[in-house]
Write a protein that binds this ligand. Structure first.
Ligand code: FDA
Length: 296
């Protein structure tokens, strides 16, 4: 990352929310479920699938978790009602993981039941490392009863071991680099090692016949994923690529034009700030180019 980008990235926490909103609009469908439905319809028409995410994380009251649980159920009903080619992504801290595990399980079971009734897949997002053990344990405990998957992060030193540990059952993972700021003791900090670990994890998952959501905008990884897809003779339905809304639409079109299936992560909701900050820190160039345009 250039010195300028590093400084912008460090400054982002100090920028007022209204200003963040201006830069972050591209990453979010809008504040309401209707926005997510409209965005999904548009992406479906372009040949992409979506996964819809209700924004909001690390909630602090039981009532908030119920609000988000009901919203997630509304998403499932909307997917069914509008016949969208979409599924649901879910954050466990939004369901109360940090308040009470029992509360979290109660909430997610209601969502999983509704998803099962409607035949819709649910993906549990991976949050910071304080959630990893719980997330993988919940995935293991529910994966036989419900059509669910979770996420593995290539920056985590434990990821290859997690794949082996979970190999005694159905494997369905989104594989991403990882977005949280983790300590070096548990996470690789070197970009090249994270890439190598991504490729190693992806090949290990293919060897184990896992269904993988290959979530990246890094064309180097897309290249290696295509190589491995050929090496393992995978069919089109055995995997999917995944990208975030608002990121590298040209690459999205290239992947689709090469005959792969691709899913776009479509977040919506009022609670857009933490998600937007993560996206902007990931790519301070968005702010840089806007500032350059402003200065000119
Ligand atoms: P990298 O960050 O190197 O980006 C490659 C290129 O993509 C950049 O050079 C730039 O051109 C472009 N790009 C990347 N981010 C951009 C941005 N914000 N704005 C504009 N351009 C950008 N993480 C996690 O910890 N838990 C999770 O559950 C998920 N879920 C998830 C779902 C999906 C569908 C995706 C695609 C990603 C996630 N992530 C995630 C985030 C993931 O861990 C990672 O932080 C981002 O995907 C960025 O990593 P890349 O592999 O894209 O590489």
């Amino acid at each position: 990352m250039s010195l300028f980008n590093k400084s912008v990235s460090m400054m982002i926490d100090k920028i007022p929310p209204q200003a963040i909103g201006v830069f972050a609009k591209r990453y979010i469908a809008g504040p309401t479920l209707d926005d997510a439905i409209r965005t999904t319809k548009k992406l479906n028409a372009e040949g992409a699938m979506t996964t819809i995410d209700v924004l909001g994380e690390f909630v602090s009251t039981r009532e908030e978790t119920w609000h988000f649980r009901n919203l997630a159920i509304k998403v499932l009903e909307a997917i069914d009602q509008h016949k969208l080619n979409a599924n649901l992504s879910l954050k466990l801290t939004q369901m109360g993981l940090k308040l009470s595990k029992a509360l979290c399980l109660e909430n997610i079971e209601m969502i999983f039941e509704k998803a099962k009734e409607l035949g819709i897949f649910v993906r549990i997002d991976m949050e910071d490392s304080t959630c990893t053990d719980d997330t993988l344990e919940i995935y293991r405990n529910y994966r036989d009863k419900y059509n669910i998957g979770t996420v593995l992060q290539a920056y985590m030193r434990r990821t290859i071991d997690d794949i082996h540990r979970l190999s005694d059952g159905r494997l369905n993972f989104r594989l991403c680099k990882g977005i949280y700021d983790e300590p070096r003791e548990i996470a690789y900090k070197e970009k090249d090692i994270v890439r190598d670990n991504y490729i190693w994890a992806l090949e290990t998952l293919f060897e184990k016949k896992a269904y993988v959501g290959i979530a990246t905008h890094d064309e180097y990884l897309v290249f290696h994923a295509e190589r491995l897809i050929r090496k393992y003779g995978l069919n089109r339905d055995d995997y999917e690529f995944q990208m975030l809304l608002g990121v590298d639409e040209q690459l999205r079109k290239i992947i689709l034009s090469r005959g792969h299936r691709l899913r776009v992560y479509v977040p919506f909701g009022e609670d857009w700030l933490p998600y937007s900050i993560r996206r902007l820190k990931e790519n301070p160039n968005i702010i840089k180019s806007a500032l350059e345009g402003y200065v000119k």
